[in-house]
Design a protein around this ligand. Structure first.
Ligand code: GAL
Ligand code: ZN
Length: 645
């Protein structure tokens, strides 16, 4: 089945509401809820005193209604007694300010007191509900790091030192990795090492990078501790924790994905083309565990309440969003939250059941979506077809995030999203891949912006090309090693040979400045003086010098760009053609295919335009209408076709 539902937070409502909730869930086709995410102060109102009566009744109601629970450990939001009793466990920011309780996620990720209390409540929950018929999966915590991803307190400082000792082996090795001989930063005792707290000038880049890595690991360790406990109490019950893939970059989700049984994520609309940004988030989430379905744990039926200006969704938009996720590999479509709050911090956030009740656009769309997903049950378990991958790595993003760079305008995540968006416009579905990951299934690998690459990552791309793949590398990639140390001898040090290019100097462009390209269009943000050693030059700056090169390497070829092409479609369509990746289609109409190993496949069509469209398809629609070559997709509509191939 396709899972359908949302966060149910019944503790904010009187008990009389609960039965109505479950009845309406049935009406909407809801089959799962995420439960208890913010229930810690209900379950443990006073330290050490547990009260499960209300949750017992809630779980029983769900079981009675045939609805299953992703039962959450409530550890994302410790109750006020925690801050009162353990003030040293509250998080501290880089300026040294203590953050108090009164919202959520007020805890230091490295605090032993927090871990202790979190495991205690998780254990109570695990013991009580491990055999409950409503339990489907453990939803551990909620969005690790959403508000407290980096803590700069003394406890975190000590944990950082222990992490460094483990990673580097010795203080000398830390000094060497960070290049502390410069600016007189050499550490002579471990105790001198601090988190990168506020300093008179730039902090050391190696220190900052390692602190980002440590902070992500500290959160992951919290997840593992809860998961291990739950696993021991309930062997066989899967566990997940919901990511914020595509819009929160403090947690290394490649590493998190290794530890969850099922990948799940939350996604909210951003930017000028939010449906393309959505596609990016979905593609990234799918890529964490390739060929395994993932769960969209949260999105919104309409407006959120945390973006300053919060746009409500147009009629049909929520269906398009949902089907986009489904098309890109989600086997669950869920929302924050089931019933819109009457009080509290999120009362202006949309929900499945709005303030105005059931005679509303939102409710009608929620019910219709339940029907649609009910009919799409055989999609579950299928995987998405993609021949292209974009390399992405957190260490590189974090390293480039240091303020002392050639320009602050070259932003890796934006550049990766810009190439992904161009592919989306070309109608090409792509994965994201770890630089050291298995690339053998792809025809084309793109490297829009990968400042830091390990030796293993550098060799991986070379192997891919040597074996017959086509690669396209953007500027300022392959520049530093895993410690953020420059690879010497000419840029891009890691891939000079692969690309057949050597670069002497960077010439970042001023804000708004562009350079004209001989082949048409312009470059922005960045330029460099490159010399083609073995590469051929495909485009130049109007003033001379390579802008786009191509180098044959083994059985394949590697392209390189020395500036940010303002219309990357020109280059991307060329490399797609060279790699044998099909592109084209109807502008604004998203087409994605999912297929089962036995050959059954589904074509998803989402028309994001205001014009009716017709796309090629063969098979039958979910409601059984035959499609013989042409599928009508009206303006703003979604269609799913069971293909006859
Ligand atoms: C998520 C969070 C939810 C809710 C939602 C609102 O970050 O997990 O609890 O706050 O945002 O958009
Ligand atoms: Zn701390």
């Amino acid at each position: 089945m396709i899972v359908y539902g949302g966060d149910w937070n019944p503790e904010q409502w009187p008990e009389e509401t609960w039965a109505e909730d479950v009845r309406l869930m049935g009406q909407a086709g809801v089959n799962h809820v995420s439960l208890g995410i913010f229930s810690w102060s209900m379950l443990e109102p006073v330290e050490g005193r547990y009260e499960f009566g209300r949750l017992d009744r809630i779980m029983d109601l769900l079981a009675g209604g045939g609805i299953r629970a992703y039962l959450s450990t409530p550890t994302a939001s410790p109750p006020p007694w925690f801050g009162q009793r353990y003030p040293e466990a509250l998080p501290v920011d880089a300026d040294g300010r203590r953050l108090w309780h009164g919202s959520r996620q007020a805890f230091c990720p490295s605090s032993p007191a927090y871990l202790d209390k979190a495991l205690a409540v998780a254990e109570q929950l695990g013991r009580r509900y491990r055999d409950h018929p409503a339990l489907a999966m453990w939803h551990v915590h909620n969005e690790y790091g959403c508000h407290n991803s980096r803590c700069y307190c003394d406890t975190s400082a000590a944990a950082f030192r222990a992490w460094l000792a483990e990673r580097h082996g010795s203080l000398d090795a830390v000094n060497d990795a960070w290049g502390t001989a410069f600016w007189s930063q050499r550490y002579s005792e471990w105790e001198q090492i601090l988190p990168p707290r506020i300093t008179p000038s730039y902090t050391n880049p190696g220190q900052q990078l390692d602190f980002h890595r440590f902070s992500s690991d500290a959160l992951l360790a919290l997840y593992r501790a809860e998961r291990d406990l739950l696993r021991s109490l309930s062997p066989g019950v899967p566990a997940t924790t919901n990511f914020m893939a595509g819009y929160h970059w403090d947690m290394d989700y490649w590493a998190f994905a290794e530890e969850v049984d099922v990948v799940s994520t939350d996604q909210y609309l951003f930017g000028d083309d939010p449906h393309i940004d959505l596609a990016f988030a979905a593609d990234l989430t799918r890529s964490f565990k390739r060929d395994r379905p993932w769960l969209l744990m949260e999105h919104s039926t309409s407006a959120v309440n945390w973006q300053g200006y919060n746009r409500a969704k147009a009629p049909g938009e929520m269906h398009r969003n949902s089907v986009q996720h489904l098309a890109r590999g989600a086997d669950a479509i869920m929302f924050f939250q089931w019933r819109q709050s009457k009080a509290g911090a999120e009362k202006w956030h949309s929900a499945m059941l709005p303030h105005a009740g059931t005679d509303t656009k939102i409710w009608r769309e929620v019910v219709a979506l339940g029907d649609l997903l009910g009919e799409a049950a055989d999609v579950a378990g299928s995987s998405v077809e993609a021949d292209v991958a974009i390399l992405l790595d957190w260490s590189s993003i974090w390293a480039q995030d240091h303020p002392a760079q050639p320009t602050s305008e070259l932003k890796p995540v934006e550049e990766i999203k810009r190439w992904h968006a161009a592919l989306w416009r070309l109608g090409v579905t792509c994965d994201l891949a770890h630089p050291e990951g298995d690339l053998s299934r792809y025809r084309l690998v793109l490297v829009p912006s990968l400042y830091l690459v390990t030796d293993a990552g550098a060799a991986n791309l070379e192997r891919f090309v040597a074996g017959g793949g086509v690669a396209l590398v953007g500027p300022y990639s392959g520049i530093v090693d895993e410690h953020d140390k420059v690879r010497l001898g000419g840029y891009p040090g890691a891939w000079r040979e692969l690309l057949g290019v050597t670069v002497e100097e960077f010439f970042p462009l001023a804000a708004g400045e562009t350079v004209t390209l001989a082949g048409g269009g312009a470059g922005a943000v960045w330029s460099e003086v490159a010399r083609a050693t073995t590469a051929s030059v495909l485009d130049t700056y109007a003033s001379g010098g390579p802008a786009w090169t191509r180098n044959e390497h083994g059985q394949g070829a590697a392209h390189y760009l020395t500036t940010l092409f303002t219309g990357p479609e020109r280059v991307l369509s060329a490399v797609c053609a060279e790699a044998g990746v099909r592109f084209g289609g109807t502008p604004g109409v998203e087409l994605v295919r999912r297929s089962h190993p036995d050959g059954r496949s589904f074509l998803f069509a989402v028309n994001h335009t205001g014009t009716d469209a017709v796309v090629p398809a063969k098979g039958s629609t979910l409601d059984g209408a035959e499609v013989d070559g042409e599928l009508a997709v009206p303006a703003g509509a979604v269609r799913i076709v069971r293909e006859a191939r």
